[in-house]
Design a protein. Structure first.
Length: 114
């Protein structure tokens, strides 16, 4: 009778991920809403930063720009809202986590004229 030892190894590969989604084409004056959903390797990142064309975007309620975030046990969700889009709001938006993971989306503001 042979004795065999069996060893089961479970490997968990935890990968950080950042996903961005939202309004890519918008008529001038309409709202833009972008969502950045980030998870960490073990815990979610503790913060995100938004950039538009490499310049920081910050909340400014007086101009209708709002940045909100929610941190859960597994992810961080940040929502960038521009209540009334202008042509100058067009460009590349990047979400950068505190872990330096990034995602980006191009936003186009249309004139609405045929």
């Amino acid at each position: 009778m042979a004795i065999s030892d069996e060893l089961n190894v479970i490997v968990c590969v935890c990968v950080a991920a950042v996903r961005i989604g939202g309004t890519e084409y918008v008529e001038r004056g309409e709202p833009i809403q972008l969502r950045c959903n980030a998870s960490g390797k073990y815990d979610p990142p503790h913060d995100v930063e938004w950039l538009r064309n490499e310049s920081p975007v910050r909340s400014d309620p007086s101009s209708g720009v709002l940045v909100a975030k929610k941190i859960d046990a597994k992810y961080l969700l940040s929502v960038l809202t521009i209540k009334h889009s202008r042509f100058s709001d067009a460009g590349e938006y990047v979400c950068i986590t505190s872990n330096q993971d990034t995602a980006s989306v191009m936003v186009h503001v249309l004139s609405g004229m045929c």
